[in-house]
Design a binder for this molecule. Sequence first.
Ligand code: GDP
Length: 308
Amino acid sequence: MVGSAIVRKLKSRGFRNIIVANREELDLTNQTAVDDFFRRERPQYVFLAAARVGGIHANNTRPADFIYDNLMIEANVIHAAHKHGVERLLFLGSSCIYPREAPQPMKESVLLTGPLEPTNEPYAIAKISGIKLCESYNRQHGTDFRSVMPTNLYGPGDNFDLNASHVIPALIRKFHEAKVSGRKEVEVWGSGKPRREFLHVDDMADACLFVMGLDADTWQSHTSPMCSHINIGTGKDITIGELARMISDVVGFEGSIIQDPTKPDGAPRKLLDVSLLDKLGWKAIIGLGEGLEQTYRWFEENRDNIRQ
Ligand code: GDP
């Protein structure tokens, strides 16, 4: 989802020499394959958006996949980027790197100040390792590897498989299927009380190009060698209950919403402090209502070939 959005954004800005590799062409967990790819292609800039990602259920039930795949991808790509002289690399993390009970909104500096949310701790540990890999290569080898921490993302290209997806694609699909089959009720997991912040993937891609494009002096004067990651979000959050009502309105579902308390809530709140990004001059522009409508249209138009 994010990689495709970054490619769309690069093309729209006139970049032509974009090197991509899909999963069949390059297994990023294979060190030799990654090294060969970098030797052959010699990229100048690298966006490391590839990762094993998933919603609360997938993270909770397949922790080994989430920690192993992400550690392998990061270690292979970041090491190869150093070895083959990449000028600048942008590593994409996640807001779940921050402690479960961190003061909200969460500043970059709260990293490693407390225990993580248990439902996605292995994934978060892998993403923290990615940040620390970048910082360590910068400190030891003088590389320019930067990290961005997006809040919960959604948009075209998302995963609509109910066992693996995040909340927005799951609810779009559930409300849509209930509407077309005339069902009267849709189940929303957990208590509906957790608060989440959502960023449209096109805004995320825009922010990635923005951070990648900052000159080294500007970047270094706003970060430090041991804290070189930056939050990307909207600075606003809503409850899952409110989100469910918004999505049911966008889809046009007229039945009732019921909670399933047997499913986990996860973190009580995940709101990013985006003042650093704001100070540097970037802001999200796609509102949640508009983004949900656009994503639902995309879902309807691509119903037959989406990941589900
Ligand atoms: P999280 O931000 O890592 O917790 O990831 P999710 O996007 O999977 O879940 C966010 C919140 O939405 C959690 O509190 C879930 O319990 C809640 N939620 C409600 N209904 C659903 C659903 O159908 N699928 C998912 N993935 N989450 C849901």
